[in-house]
Design a protein around this ligand. Sequence first.
Ligand SMILES: Cc1ncc(COP(=O)(O)OP(=O)(O)O)c(N)n1
Ligand SMILES: Cc1ncsc1CCOP(=O)(O)O
Ligand SMILES: [Mg+2]
Length: 377
Amino acid sequence: MKTEPSPIEFPNASMRILDANANRAAEGLRTMEESARFVLSAHSLTAQLKRLRHDLTEAMARIPRINLLRARDTSGDVGTTATTPGEQTRPDINSIVAAATGRTQQALRCLEEYGKTIDAGFASQIERIRYRCYDVFADLEQICIAGNGRLARLNDARLYALIDCGSSEEAMVQRIASLADAGVDIVQLRDRNMDDRTLYQRAVAGTAAARRHGVLWIINDRADIAAASMADGVHVGQEELPVDQVRRIVGPQAIIGLSTHDVDQVHNAFASTADYIGCGPVFPGQTKQFDHFPGCPFLLEVSDMIALAEDRCLTRPAFAIGGIGPSNIRDVVEAGFGRVAVTGALAGDDLSDNAATLRRSLETVLHDEPFERATTR
Ligand SMILES: Cc1ncc(COP(=O)(O)OP(=O)(O)O)c(N)n1
Ligand SMILES: Cc1ncsc1CCOP(=O)(O)O
Ligand SMILES: [Mg+2]
């Protein structure tokens, strides 16, 4: 008759559990830290994860290391061969991070529960770390999830609205909600007269509001504020920081938009890591004054360039901008553009009607195939 091995003495088993779970938690935190650092270039999250890892090491220092090492018995561990098929494949960064967050959270709970049998102070130190982890892990997973679908959402987008900071944060957040309800896909915060602190605070509030309402959130001009507020991306012009420098600040997951005014600039944009282009100004408008209007002939050149490209990877989604509204959308569509970015036309009480009119026209232009970003970086 087969006999079960005699139970290991309880304190020794607890020590063995602490040893295994301290390793598990530290490995999980390090796995997340590498994603935050090398995949997302997320400075603050990287620092927070590093801090958590150090605090875990500090808490573990309360348990004599020699006791942990003496209790270790990897070859006698009946659980080492029990793997599931899911553990063997990780299709993308999201699944790596999701697995690491789950594993770390479980390991911390084990450390806390079994730690209570050895040192109550240790257990409460772990409990505090565990609570901090909930927020940090949620931020990390949200960034991964948001980043994952961004390019597909950008490719599907037709209607892009530019807004300013508004009279208050509540007013701006309400504006984002109304634009989303009206069928807008992307909202850009463009306010060239606002102080940095307010701009940053609005950018943060906008990131949360845009996620809630399912629109992409882009910050005009300021890569630093886009990165700090965890916005979906940043839009820059020809006179601002070059795209490769912007990319270093916002990281590989963020969307970068670039303004173009002639075909040379479009060629350069398509050769860069910019994810979409703005093309214009098309018509005079109330929002910004210009001396020169490339207009619809430029749009036609760009739409031909895109249509004739042999490889979709060599083009990007293009948004016409400048004085566009229901009265002239037909010209834009006839120039082959199915995407527009507007300020004035979506700033008044006629928002819903105008958005519906614009969308109806834009949807008559078929969308290009999604482009594959991986081949361009
Ligand atoms: C979608 C989109 N297209 C173009 C612009 C204009 O950017 P830029 O030329 O840098 O001018 P400012 O907006 O900074 O005045 C844009 N913001 N968005
Ligand atoms: C920022 C910008 N860049 C080119 S035109 C423009 C203003 C767009 O606003 P409107 O749609 O009111 O002309
Ligand atoms: Mg600009």
